[in-house]
Design a protein around this ligand. Structure first.
Ligand code: PMP
Length: 401
């Protein structure tokens, strides 16, 4: 027990440091090839444009850019986000439907706090984004999982679950879903499935929290419209982020939702941090207005597609054929399944000693199943690191077969 532990609230005491995060900290400053993070390739940052924009803002708008601003966000950015959302097919919205957050992570934190009470029934994909899961866990809901196939969540299985829950008199509050270039699976739902999911949400009356973190980063195949674009009832709460398309260090995300939901989020955020940094919001608004993000995207997508190709070529060369993997159509990750007897959390320590790190997949399952899975990032490592790291990992797996 630490010296001050007796002072911590019961809720804080319940927070556990992720074993993995602690382990991965050991890679810092060491010569370890990391497939663990979710970092964009820094060569995609439009540094010169950001520099120019920042200089101009400080020259012409410093009195507002360095000042406190509205909790829901700088008006200019909310306005730009209305038109930017149009690029994803989301139309018929106004600034009042848009809310700016400190990354989409803060949006997840606020939303799950304003929507989920302990014991509420929530649906999540298996696997799904681990930090969303961790926030949800603090709300102590009743989780229900829906398996992700190579075409996104298995909606027939979901429908059966919904029927069963209804027959037991249980109400579903919400589903958290990443329909496009899913993290960690990299899969994308077909348009028909998106429509089917919206029908289910409507007939079983639950909210959909749609995380579109990689919606602008689909580099192969179709990129169907997000669920929000198909939403006729206002039940989809859409989350976007500048982290993967401009810079994660600016910490900017946004929500598109019904005004009543935006208002509730706003009341909560007032108590969290008053507002998202003003200067960063002005920078993002200008980056959209000048088309910096839009013109940078093709280059970023081409780079990630190339890195995805390096990654799967290396996996096909060095991994034994018993290892199954996804072929992501966007985003930053490949998800893999080792034979059942493997425990990737245990394997990580050995992998790190040999100079390579990844995220064990069980963190992406609400019930910590998936012990034989791992998530591998391809956006950050170089081509050489991908080749070398996958060779090391492949040899390690083969030695344990
Ligand atoms: N959602 C998903 C699916 C993510 O992968 C991430 C970042 N890895 C986030 C949300 C949070 O990103 P940010 O807070 O930087 O917007």
């Amino acid at each position: 027990m630490g010296k001050w532990e007796g002072f911590f609230s019961n809720e804080t005491k319940g927070l556990k440091s992720s074993e993995i995060r602690d382990l991965l900290k050991l890679t810092e400053g060491k010569n370890v090839i990391s497939f663990a993070g979710g970092l964009p390739d820094p060569s995609t940052f439009p540094v010169e444009d950001i520099k120019k924009i920042t200089d101009e803002i400080l020259e012409t708008k410093s009195s507002s850019a360095l000042q406190y601003t509205a909790t829901a966000g700088v008006a200019e950015l909310r306005k730009q986000l209305v038109s930017f959302s149009g690029l994803r097919g989301i139309t018929g919205i106004s600034e009042n439907n848009v809310f700016v957050s400190v990354g989409s992570q803060e949006a997840l934190f606020i939303l799950f706090n304003v929507l989920v009470d302990p014991g509420d029934n929530v649906i999540v994909e298996k696997p799904t984004y681990l930090t969303a899961l961790n926030v949800l866990r603090t709300r102590k809901p009743q989780f229900h999982g829906v398996t992700v196939t190579d075409k996104g969540p298995d909606l027939h299985a979901l429908e059966s679950q919904l029927k069963k829950l209804k027959s037991e008199g249980k109400r579903i509050k919400l589903m958290y879903v990443i329909p496009t270039a899913q993290n960690p699976a990299g899969t994308t739902m077909y348009l028909d499935d998106r429509k089917y999911l919206m029908e289910l949400a409507s007939s079983y009356d639950f909210l959909v929290v749609e995380d579109d973190a990689y919606g602008f980063l689909v580099f192969e195949g179709d990129n169907p419209p997000p669920l929000k674009a198909l939403d006729k009832e206002g039940r989809v709460i859409y989350l976007g982020t500048f982290s993967k398309i401009l810079s994660p260090g600016l910490r900017l995300g946004w929500i598109v939702a019904d005004e009543e939901i935006i208002r509730e989020v706003e009341l909560f955020k007032q108590n969290v941090d008053l507002h998202t940094p003003s200067l960063n919001q002005f920078i993002a608004a200008e980056a959209i207005r000048r088309g910096v993000i839009q013109s940078n995207l093709p280059k970023t997508k081409a780079l990630y597609k190339q890195k995805r190709d390096y990654m799967i070529q290396a996996m096909d060369k060095y991994f034994p054929s018993v290892v199954k993997r996804t072929k992501p159509v966007g985003g930053m990750f490949v998800f893999t399944w080792l034979p059942e007897k493997f425990n990737t959390t245990q394997l990580l320590q050995e992998a790190m000693l040999k100079g390579v790190a990844y995220v064990p997949g069980n963190s992406f399952y609400y019930d910590y199943s998936g012990a034989n899975t791992m998530r591998i990032n391809f956006s950050f490592p170089s081509k050489e690191e991908i080749e070398k790291g996958i060779e090391i990992l492949g040899n390690l797996i083969k030695s344990k077969l």
